[in-house]
Design a protein around this ligand. Sequence first.
Ligand SMILES: Nc1nc(=O)c2c([nH]1)NC[C@@H]1CN(c3ccc(C(=O)N[C@@H](CCC(=O)O)C(=O)O)cc3)CN21
Ligand SMILES: O=c1ccn([C@H]2C[C@H](O)[C@@H](COP(=O)(O)O)O2)c(=O)[nH]1
Length: 282
Amino acid sequence: MSLADKIFIDMCKDILQNGTSTEGEKVRPRWEDGAPAYTVKKFGVVNRYDLSKEFPILTLRRTALKSATDELLWIWQKKSNNVKDLHSHIWDEWADKDGSIGKAYGYQMGVKHQYKEGMMDQIDRVIFDLKNNPFSRRIMTNIYVHQDLHEMNLYPCAYSMTFNVTQKKGADKLTLNAILNQRSQDVLAANNWNVVQYSVLVHMLAQACDMEAGELIHVIADAHIYDRHIPIIEELISRQPYDAPVFTLNPDVKDFYEFTRNDVKLENYVTGPQIENIPIAI
Ligand SMILES: Nc1nc(=O)c2c([nH]1)NC[C@@H]1CN(c3ccc(C(=O)N[C@@H](CCC(=O)O)C(=O)O)cc3)CN21
Ligand SMILES: O=c1ccn([C@H]2C[C@H](O)[C@@H](COP(=O)(O)O)O2)c(=O)[nH]1
């Protein structure tokens, strides 16, 4: 069984058995038919993934690695807030008539800030520090910008990455670790999607900075299963999991800005059947 499957199954069981229901509360999201989208939720879930051991992709059902990477690069590399720059349609419901999702995600990543070394955006600041001052405890991004929230169609969910470099005894290369902070998580639609994205990011930044990928710690404040997802999750976690596939990044790419979604590959990715048309709460 892949480690990601085990963590996912344990988290879902914990939410279903020990979580609290939001039924009857004043909730924001709606189903397509206008009904309120209630959840069963657990406050404060922390999952640890060791990227040096396994790539944390679910085998219970297929996670679309290339689409997930495409969305990650849309935010972190293209720094775009327009759905026209995305190959999938997952953000269409939150875009305006011109395709913009407002001052969220990619917009914030592209904002340049004044530092002692000059003007840089948050990504370039991270890359600069990883290359020039890797043992700094100040390498992080944060896109939860209060002054701009009123111009975002959906507030950032995965909003901060904290990078931390360790020197493992006997290893030639430094190890790049990270903590992903997420305030809200739709467990069925996006948990493994987000885990896979930020694992790819750690692998890409490690390769671009001549390091090795270490741990990814995912801290989730509100980990929820939407009411209409409960039977789907129950069936999903009863399935037979398989071993984790082998993940590779194109070894020729050394510049973070040169990666494309075609540079990520999986070998032996055996999965359970896909669940078609998962309803998404808007
Ligand atoms: N309620 C909700 N859940 C989310 O996960 C979510 C939002 N809203 N709003 C903004 C984005 C959009 N996200 C989404 C939306 C849809 C899928 C989705 O349909 N995923 C399919 C595969 C998509 C593909 O193959 O490209 C799946 O099977 O999980 C994933 C993430 C994540 N975010
Ligand atoms: O990357 C993402 C983006 C969004 N989500 C989910 C988490 C929630 O179910 C909704 C957002 O609703 P809020 O009321 O703003 O919390 O989208 C996700 O899991 N991952």
